[in-house]
Write a protein that binds this ligand. Structure first.
Ligand SMILES: [Zn+2]
Ligand SMILES: [Zn+2]
Length: 235
């Protein structure tokens, strides 16, 4: 079946995410737009995944647990998991590679934590804008341990992309799908054989995609989306 998606959305937990990107606003906007599946992928953090999932599930909106990790190479990598428990366990394991430097709110912005009612319940203290000191290879191994899948983010962007920072996608990385940034040119030759997805990378509510991009999955479920991103089924 064809499902519509936007699997790269930042909440107010990301220092660069707008304060209007609250759990309820994101879920309601995606629901109003008629998207089948979304992912909230904050920088190096997943503390809003559980609340967003719990708000979205009664509406029939799928939330794929996700995170946008910035690796030691300063490459942005989207990591998706089959369950909230899996991403939370992954996050715990990842924390030993995370920085201990505190966020500079004035320079980078707030890293706001909210509850089911969009009430502020705290702030993440470490600077999420800094790289996690893990290589792409080690990150992929770790994600796979928790039955997740990685998708290099905005590969055709001039900053924080695998093509810009490494020059190519190493074959041994075991990557099936890449994320294309719609506003940049594309080097088709370097991306031959990869499945492609297009997300909004929304930092503002109005940036969340209309249901214009689809993927063909076995069913309307998180696992089917993970399977698609893992390269299973027909291209
Ligand atoms: Zn990014
Ligand atoms: Zn992003």
């Amino acid at each position: 079946m064809n499902i519509t998606y936007d699997l790269h959305i930042h909440s107010c937990l990301s220092p660069c995410g707008h304060e209007d990107m609250t759990p309820n606003n994101i879920v309601n906007m995606a629901y109003i737009k008629g998207l089948d599946a979304i992912a909230v992928t904050d920088h190096n953090a997943c503390a809003h995944v559980r609340v967003v999932s719990e708000l979205a599930t009664p509406l029939g909106l799928i939330v794929v647990p996700g995170m946008e990790v910035q690796t030691r190479e300063e490459v942005h990598v989207l990591c998706y998991f089959p369950t909230v428990e899996a991403i939370e366990a992954f996050d715990l394991a990842l924390s030993k590679w995370k920085t201990t430097i505190k966020n500079n709110v004035k320079a980078f912005g707030h890293q706001t934590l909210m509850n089911h009612e969009d009430k502020v319940i705290g702030e993440v203290e470490i600077a999420l804008i800094l790289s996690v000191d893990i290589t792409i290879n080690d990150l992929i191994d770790l994600v796979n341990q928790y039955k997740g899948v990685v998708v290099p983010a905005h590969v055709n962007k001039s900053a924080n992309s695998i093509l810009m920072n490494l020059g190519f996608i190493p074959q041994d990385l075991n990557i099936s799908t890449v994320e294309i940034y719609e506003k940049s040119d594309l080097n088709d030759r370097l991306l031959k054989g990869f499945r492609r997805i297009m997300n909004s990378d929304a930092h503002y509510l109005e940036m969340i995609h209309e249901p214009e991009y689809t993927m063909t999955t076995e069913s309307k479920s998180i696992q089917s989306i993970i399977d698609y991103l893992s390269g299973k089924g027909q291209l």
